[in-house]
Ligand binder design. Sequence first.
Ligand code: ADP
Ligand code: MG
Length: 480
Amino acid sequence: MPVEGPAGREPTAMGLGGAAGPDRPARDLQAREQWVRVRTALRQDAGDHSFDAWLGPLALVSADGDTVRLAAPSAFAADWVTSHFADLLRRHWAAQQPAVRRVLVETGCAMSAASAAAGKPAMPGPATHSPAMPAVVRQAVPIDARYNFDNFVVGKSNELAYNAALAMAEPGAPGFNPLFLHGTTGLGKTHLMHAIGNIYLARHPDARVAYLSAEKFMVEFLAALRAKDTISFKQRLRSVDLLMIDDVQFIAGKESTQEEFFHTMNEIIGAGKRLVITADRSPQNLEGIQDRILSRMAWGLVADINPADYELRLNILHAKVSTLANRVAVPDDVIEFLARKITANVRELEGALNRVTAFALLVNKPITLEFTRETLADLLRAHEKKLTIDEIQRKVADYYGLKMSDLLSERRSRDVARPRQIAMYLAKKLTPRSLPEIGRRFGNRDHTTVMHAVKKVEELRGKDSEIDSDVATLARLLDG
Ligand code: ADP
Ligand code: MG
């Protein structure tokens, strides 16, 4: 019969040295010696790492007839040992003492040598799940209910990450493990992690879910090292069903933390528990992180999140506007303006919208384009792209299927001259460069040539709708 649970049940036997019969001390001594040998064999079989984390902390409570009772330091640890090392424990005990049929792992009533002699438990009462739970919560950060799958807007740039995150929350064995999400800041990585946590908890109310930043992982680990209590750190983290570690790039160059992180990953994945990791770049681009960690991370599914394109920015803004608590009206042209101007990431986009709506409410004004421009003046200035003449030339050449060298050449045929004039016009309109400067950058032409080009394009825009729309498109491409 295998090891039995459940954890938290109070051992009923009095323990070593408890109910003393005539041959009791001799049997106790024998049991202790057997336990030492069992431990040696366990270390060999389970490996140093698992042994130190799980089996080493077990204490012998009693060995009576066919039943051995062991105490684990927490209900988590008792559960874990029971579900992972049941058979191993029973086999090694049976090897030492053939009468042993069951090994029970319980919590809280181990007897130290001294207290055993006094017949008293070393630790007070049996632990149950409830006092052990806050241990995980203490280390992790609560899952934020505001971030869910319903309010995550999906577009081309994030649909792989979104679908992978959904799959991670599915019941049953995960199709891949770990899930590694990467992308630059403000693109929704943390949002997706909390969404996974929320849906997983909704489906498995008893599950243990932990979310923490890699920084917190390190801080807690180092604190545990200093307090010489890494065992409970390990136990708390490794006993969860779903572990999510955010911004793992933080542990670059931090060797002891990486060591611990690697073992945590292995333990979680090896036990079939779910692991989600994020970073600001892909595993192959993470520097200062051990190769074995990188390859382990790339074992599962690596999904990137790219910056949102215009359409997704627009959809995100519409979604946010519709949930604004104060129901302020945000006209479409303002939404379009924001989507066009705030391109860096979703966090900034959201921040800009919040700022405009909060300020409108404060000064009791309607939100207009003008109001938005004023309110966000500093932000927009900071974001103004420093457009270069080179970029303009490149874009125009691309647009008309020309080579840069053609654009800058002496050739005067219209298929080259017209795009060249348009490029000069755009350089004048979209950069602060002077006419002579622009001339110089276009194969050392005179400033009057540039002036002529600007006039010519202005004139053409008035009468040739095709040229007008080409120029407008190019201006939009260049201006963001
Ligand atoms: P990251 O962790 O990648 O730096 P966050 O998850 O913190 O980014 O996202 C920043 C903000 O943008 C959050 O408020 C988040 O809700 C929001 N956000 C990001 N992507 C989306 C999206 N696709 N739909 C809705 N909100 C999003
Ligand atoms: Mg984040």
